[in-house]
Design a protein around this ligand. Structure first.
Ligand code: JF5
Length: 271
């Protein structure tokens, strides 16, 4: 996979040369190109920002350096083996579509990703619109908070995507589990020693009874999901839940609602 990142702080992307991703870059599984946006400025002060039309607080990124940068980077299509077509362009922004494990898998199937890191209040919309006529552009959000720029979001997205590439994780089994637990949070996990500072590992995990262990883990996942992520519980298809699942969820106030119209769904009775 080829990755290009355009940023006014290219050093921010240095962690991509470390650890798991660094190894994949060294091994040639990932071709990583980090570009300084200011290379495409033409004025004495290498300006990348300006004030927004219509007024308002903060600054925006001027379109000209971005236009020139994307012309050059997207123009390299024919020179890279395996990247004959246009890349997928990813623009991190709090107003983007949510980044999920599903989107990580989708991006991992692309041969070429280009990341555009905004700073200040983001990019002039015409940069996104113009790039959209030459490539598939996806504005992506990591969550409902505001970072100083897109760089840290790119680190997170690249880490989530790279570990899905064949050969990046030695142990392919660690990826299998993830698809199994679809839609529920992982519950608590324990390792040795069995007793630590007066705290015991739940005895069921030491029992050797695999059916009982699986049931206990599912109970823990359901409870944790109900406590922390009611949105995920509401999205569970009731048809995939057994009687014990419903019992555990009922402890947290969830029940299968009236299927008068459409599909049956979980609802929370709050009083
Ligand atoms: C950014 C304008 C980009 O803050 C983020 C972000 C938050 N969730 N996902 C991404 O990106 C940097 C800030 C302001 C454009």
């Amino acid at each position: 996979m080829r990755l290009d990142v355009v940023s006014i702080f290219p050093d921010y992307l240095a962690p991509l040369r470390l650890s798991l991703i660094g190894r994949a870059v060294e091994d040639g599984l990932i071709q990583l190109n980090v570009h300084d946006l200011r290379r495409w400025t033409t004025d004495r002060h290498r300006t990348v920002d300006d004030s927004p039309y219509g007024g308002g607080a903060g600054m925006l990124m001027r379109p000209e350096p971005w236009g020139a940068a994307l012309d050059d980077v997207l123009g390299e299509a024919d020179q890279s083996p395996g990247t004959a077509g246009p890349p997928r362009v990813v623009v991190p922004t709090p107003s983007g579509t949510p980044f999920t494990q599903r989107l990580a898998h989708e991006l991992a199937a692309e041969p070429w990703l280009v990341f555009a890191c905004g700073r200040y209040e983001g990019l002039d919309q015409r940069v996104i619109d113009a790039a959209g006529e030459r490539a598939r552009v996806t504005e992506v959000s990591l969550g409902d908070y505001v970072l100083g720029g897109g760089e840290v979001a790119v680190l997170a997205i690249v880490e989530a995507v790279a570990r899905l590439l064949p050969g990046v994780i030695g142990n392919a089994e660690s990826l299998v589990h993830e698809s199994h637990t679809d839609g529920l949070l992982e519950g608590p996990a324990y390792t040795k020693p069995p007793s630590w500072r007066g705290r015991e590992v739940p005895p069921v995990l030491l029992s050797g009874n695999h059916a009982q262990i699986a049931r206990w883990r599912r109970d823990q996942s359901l409870r944790r999901t109900a406590d922390r992520r009611p949105d995920l519980v509401a999205a569970l298809p009731p048809g995939t839940l057994d009687g014990r699942d419903l019992e555990v969820l009922a402890e947290r106030g969830w029940t299968v609602g009236d299927a008068a119209e459409g599909e049956a769904r979980l609802v929370r009775l709050d009083w």
